[in-house]
Design a protein around this ligand. Sequence first.
Ligand code: BG6
Length: 442
Amino acid sequence: MLRKDFLWGGAVTAHQSEGGYNEGGKVPAVCDLTTTGEFSDFKDGIDTYHRYKEDIALFAEMGFKMYRFSIAWTRIFPQGDESEPNEAGLKFYEDLIDECLKYNIEPLITISHYEVPFHLTQKWNSWTDRRMIDCFLNFCRAIFTRYKGKVKYWLTFNEINILLHFEGKGGKQVAFESLHHQMVASAKAVIAAHEIDENISVGCMIAGYCSYPYTCDPKDVLANYKAFQDKFGYCADTMVRGYYPVYASRLWKQNNVTLNITKDDEEALKAGKADFLAYSYYMSNVVTTHQNEGESLDGAGTSENLKNPYLKASDWGWQIDPLGLRWSLNWFYDRFELPMMIVENGFGAYDKKEADGTVDDQYRIDYLRSHIEAMKDAVDYDGVDLLGYTMWSPIDIVSASTGEYDKRYGFIYVDMDDQGHGDLHRSRKDSFYWYKKVIASN
Ligand code: BG6
């Protein structure tokens, strides 16, 4: 059985939903200036900056117990390095938090979700510079203090391990360095949070998925294990245990990386261990060492992103694998025995809205139902301690990876498309009524 107080809900980010990118003293963050090719940038979102009350009322109608959202750093410290916070920004989130509490919805706040004040990227090239740590901490202290007594659950960085999945301009050295600074900043934020309010729980959040060896060739099995350690274990191990895992040295060596890890960093990691582990889960993957075997999903011919012949995929090629969710819950719980939360899980699809405003999204219900069942099995049969589940995203928002409006995840349809047609009107899809029943029956 799921716990009686299981935290059912949904999750969004500031930049994919708020809009109002230059209102209330906010200036653009890096994400506001990013275009994703032919589709939208993140300046407009779905206008939750002005419409959050209407949206939260709909979440409450579904029976939400938790709402995960992020705070735009640039609303609180527009440049990122000011000493005093912007009152209008603090007030905006305070009103949003109060609106959640009005319906007994517990806020779960992500402090940094793919966004950095543009000014800091100009000044220091963002997280490559360790002076970012103090700016981030200043931001954390301001919001922990202001929302003390109102917000119990926090996440420091969204999908912190994602930096290792991509090869940025500066190569691996820069990626590992930036990540080190972020993990130290996260640990220091945990310490600060506990100093300010001992009832606060701060989680680390990683992009979690499951991956399989393509064959039973021991080489494939080992390669898959190493890929899993490197992409998923690395951050969770460090942030939960409070020190780098033993395989980190192998990884640094392989990537020709040298890190400047100070004594102060080590002490912070140790003293600022995460209170719980949160992760996103959308799909699984396949790894092989065999040349020309398996069909590559990204077309790049890599050996770590193969099609799984046993699984179906979404229109964006994300392979649907509910059992992988159970597998990953087991893997993490065996490792840490720490309470966990699934803070993202959802199905991006093209929806067809009927003339009467309804949407038949049975495919979304199928996806979510099978994942929720697998999650429940992990609790019932495997003994995993799970605190909550915030699906992605309860309302249609702009896609993070493609900028599309038409890649929809919501229970609530938002009238806006990739061509910019629509008035942002909200309406209930079939899945809205289904999730309401799921929550009511726990
Ligand atoms: C997660 C991110 O990785 O995936 C979200 O934390 C994102 O920000 C979600 O929206 C779904 O991805 P996408 O690209 O379909 O929006």
